[in-house]
Ligand binder design. Structure first.
Ligand code: CO
Ligand code: CO
Length: 353
């Protein structure tokens, strides 16, 4: 593919148009992934504390009695046009899986793919600078990286963090009676798709970019301070998909109060205008297998709750009074909300009320 002249400058490039699938919508879907992984036998190890079995955010491996490492990798195609913003979003998203486990990220390796023969290398430099800015803010040291030639740009990080083996917050610990806190709005996939297709001006994307570049570090601090039972971050499988992973792993049901879920501005309107990424459509179909919706939950809202997001917030389960304390700590600086509860009935299912 040859890129036109205005795509060659880092100042005018519309990076999101350099790719067929945007961002986390480029992620292979949960059903496909399950079919693939079912055929692979991964060896177990007594030091492997969290592995592939529970669809958790990151793996945890024990080094000593009081020290384990948390490891994760995430990379994807551009979802926004500005190279620096794309780098920041990709890095924030990669770090998020460590925070979701309650860990502290310490080092990262860059992973990049770039059409170095047909796009200005300065664009790649700005992507990497975006990643560096986020790493510095998170106190993470970038040790190195690996870049391959590719038709479409891609960027992300492999991240290593530390955690106490007794303080891991998995998605498997939610208990009946828990409340659920969500620490960022949903619908960023809808907004980035609308922007790619020129349905909204760049300025309408600003709230989503601000949230996608916000580290989940403060949310992690709040959940560790107030006895979180379970947590995950909301990304490519959408709010309902990640909630369902938590419900399945914890052998509980989850009720979502649809009216309480914070949405980015204009999301429902843009869904009605059909700015829905393919990843979100796929999620919606898959989620209908384990989700029941109250009649008043309109179609556009069902789509929003399944939106394939990048760098979303943490979804945290804890006792109601602990959730209230987390909320009080975060609400000054975060768009967060108590969005539902954990139930005894309905192992692995979601009810949207
Ligand atoms: Co995750
Ligand atoms: Co991830």
């Amino acid at each position: 593919m040859l890129y036109p002249a205005d795509m060659q400058s880092p100042d005018t490039v519309r990076l999101s148009l350099c790719t067929k699938f945007g961002g986390c919508a480029s992620k292979v879907g949960a059903p496909d992934l399950a079919r693939v992984l079912a055929g692979v036998r991964f060896p177990t190890d007594p030091k492997l504390l969290v592995g592939l079995a529970t669809s958790d955010d990151a793996g945890v491996y024990q080094l000593t009695r009081d020290l384990a490492i948390v490891q994760t990798v995430d990379f994807f195609t551009p979802i926004v046009d500005d190279p620096f913003d794309f780098g920041r979003i990709a890095a924030t998203n990669a770090l998020s899986d460590v925070y979701a486990m309650g860990g502290t990220p310490i080092t990262a390796l860059n992973i990049a793919a770039f059409p170095i023969d047909t796009l200005d290398p300065e664009i790649l430099r700005r992507i990497l600078e975006g990643g560096v800015a986020v790493a510095v803010a998170a106190g993470v040291v970038i040790l190195g990286g690996h870049t391959v030639k590719d038709e479409e740009p891609k960027y992300g990080m492999a991240v290593t963090g530390t955690i106490h083996p007794g303080k891991i917050v998995t998605n498997a610990g939610a208990r009946p009676g828990d409340h659920l806190l969500l620490t960022k709005p949903v619908g960023a996939g809808i907004l980035t798709t609308a922007r790619r297709r020129d349905g909204i001006p760049e300025s309408d994307l600003a709230p989503a970019i601000a949230e996608m570049t916000r580290l989940n570090a403060a949310a992690r601090d709040a959940m560790l301070a107030h006895n979180a039972h379970a947590a995950t971050d909301v990304t490519g499988f959408g709010l309902l998909g990640h909630a369902a992973e938590m419900a399945r792993a914890s052998h509980v049901g989850i009720e979502i109060d649809s009216i309480s879920v914070p949405l980015f501005p204009r999301v429902l309107e843009l869904i009605d205008l059909d700015f829905v990424p393919s990843g979100t459509e796929g999620n919606l179909t898959y989620h209908s297998e384990f989700t029941s919706y109250a009649d008043h939950v309109v179609g556009a809202l069902r789509v929003a709750l399944s939106d394939a997001m990048t760098s979303g917030g943490l979804l945290i389960a804890a006792e109601p009074h602990d959730i209230r304390k987390m909320y009080m700590e975060l609400e000054k600086t975060h768009t967060c909300a108590v969005i539902g509860r954990v139930t005894e009935d309905g192992d692995g299912t979601i009810s949207v009320l």
